[in-house]
Design a protein around this ligand. Structure first.
Ligand SMILES: [Zn+2]
Ligand SMILES: [Zn+2]
Length: 272
């Protein structure tokens, strides 16, 4: 059976905090959120502020179930959850995946005193799912048959999970918030081996890299993508202060180095 292609849509491209104002309109100002429509399931990667716009679209389509993978608990990756409209919809079913520590803390993040209502008291059916890193797993309750998800522990202050989706011969790797220290480059190269799309932490322009901050550059993404044999590399998680003019210059430099590279812009769609 020929499987439907995957539709990847970008809802948030910033790291650290949202960027507001006219200098951020071209690439976008929301923090990390990507959706992957597999036809029979909607997988979401991170719940940054971009999740709210995705939520509006899901409300209008009354899409019932959504499976959200959280990389880690830094606020730029979860801040969209609080106002995610599906949480307050009786018909919605939300699965939240993350490392054991992430899902445990997530329940405390979305509850008083930090937020008026807890996850367990929202109208939607919310299920927390711990992910394991030792072997691939499926979506909860047998959704999207044939899809496997693999998680890899990342190198980032406080820890982080990277995710790989595979079905038939299609794959995608989501690796945000990673610093290439120790054996991280070797492990990530193996993890991203031959993938169709590598979504990469390009928080810093090459000259701005700050050791110990837990991030990478687009230059490192190109090298890793080439070594791993990734077919395309999508740069994202830009530093909050990087304005459109600067990102346009950086994108041009990156594409001169490797024409398969793209810089993520909000609302951009990639078919796999
Ligand atoms: Zn981040
Ligand atoms: Zn982080």
């Amino acid at each position: 059976m020929v499987q439907q292609s995957w539709c990847v849509k970008i809802w948030g491209v910033r790291g650290s905090s949202p960027a507001l104002g006219s200098n951020f309109l071209e690439y976008g100002g929301n923090t990390s959120c990507f959706s992957v429509d597999l036809g029979d399931a909607l997988v979401v990667l991170d719940a940054g502020s971009g999740l709210m716009a995705l939520g509006e679209q899901l409300m209008s389509k009354k899409r019932r179930r959504v499976d959200i993978f959280i990389s880690h608990l830094h606020l730029d990756h979860v801040m969209g959850l609080f106002s995610f409209p599906l949480l307050y919809s009786r018909w919605a079913e939300i699965y939240l995946y993350g490392s054991p520590n992430t899902v445990r803390e997530l329940a405390h993040l979305v509850e008083p005193p930090l937020w008026p209502i807890g996850l367990a008291d929202c109208q939607a059916k919310v299920r927390l799912q711990e992910v394991r890193t030792d072997k691939p797993f499926s979506l909860a309750r047998g959704a999207a048959p044939g899809l496997t998800v693999t998680a890899l522990g990342g190198s980032h202050p406080g820890g982080c999970s990277y995710y790989r989706l595979d079905r038939d011969r299609r794959s995608l790797v989501y690796a945000l918030d990673c610093e290439l220290t120790g054996d991280a480059a070797r492990r990530l190269t193996r993890f991203a081996g031959g993938t169709d799309l590598l979504i990469w932490d390009a928080a810093f322009a090459p000259g701005d890299l700050k050791p110990g901050w837990g991030h990478s550059t687009w230059e490192q993404g190109i090298t890793l993508g080439q070594t791993a044999g990734a077919k395309r590399v999508l740069m994202t998680h830009y530093s909050t202060g990087y304005m459109d003019d600067f990102l346009r210059e950086q994108e041009q430099l990156a594409r001169q180095a490797d024409s398969r590279v793209q810089f993520a812009r909000e609302k951009m769609v990639i078919q796999l």
